[in-house]
Design a protein around this ligand. Structure first.
Ligand SMILES: [Zn+2]
Length: 202
């Protein structure tokens, strides 16, 4: 494998990037000058130094001077902590937060559960989620996954996993309403769509 193939393989791992696009990235980098590539490498290295993953919601956030372990949402005591919204990934959380239609806390599951998959536990943070539910005095858990077969499957999976705990602690589990049309990616939904989805949750 030459350097072009190696780098292509790396870019192919990026979300939504196929072989052809990955190769275009490599050719793009070849056409840039050395300073551009050096700056890019430095930024990539700094990324890990300057961000941390919140130990409560698992969201990535920019570290402040105090190097706190909690992100600004989890650290904010003014935010309603009786409602917990479970999302697939960081970009979903950011979309919902920007829309300002929801004022509770979050938890990032870290992926969707594939429909054909035996070892699901390694892929999503289900044990961490259970710990969080045990620890918090929740009234409601809102499952907010995209309306796709895999999103539905994840919804069912998480509901089953949390069922016992939720009954014991008297927590209601709801799913983001059908205001989203099938195949909708949460991160691309507009404010009105999200507002409706939240209102119609069941
Ligand atoms: Zn957090």
């Amino acid at each position: 494998m030459d350097i072009i193939d190696k780098l292509t393989e790396v870019f192919k791992e990026f979300p939504g990037i196929g072989e052809r696009q990955a190769r275009r990235f490599v050719y793009f980098l070849m056409s840039r000058n050395g300073a551009y590539n050096e700056n890019l490498s430095a930024l990539i290295l700094d990324l890990k130094k300057e961000v941390a993953q919140c130990k409560e919601c698992f969201r990535f956030f920019i570290l402040n001077k105090n190097k706190e372990k909690l992100c600004d949402i989890c650290a904010n005591t003014n935010i309603d902590s009786s409602v917990l919204m479970i999302v697939e990934k960081d970009s979903d959380l950011e979309s919902i937060r920007k829309s300002r239609v929801y004022g509770g806390k979050y938890f990032i599951l870290g992926g969707l559960v594939p429909i054909v998959e035996k070892n699901t536990k390694s892929r999503v943070r289900i044990e961490e989620l259970k710990e969080r539910v045990k620890k918090n005095h929740l009234q409601e858990i809102i499952l907010a996954f995209s309306l796709s077969p895999q999103g539905d499957h994840t919804d069912t999976y998480v509901r089953n996993e949390l069922k016992e705990l939720a009954e014991k602690q008297n927590v209601k589990i709801s799913s983001l309403g059908k205001g989203l049309s099938t195949g909708t990616e949460l991160e691309y939904s507009d404010n009105d769509t999200l507002k409706n989805a939240l209102k119609n949750r069941q």
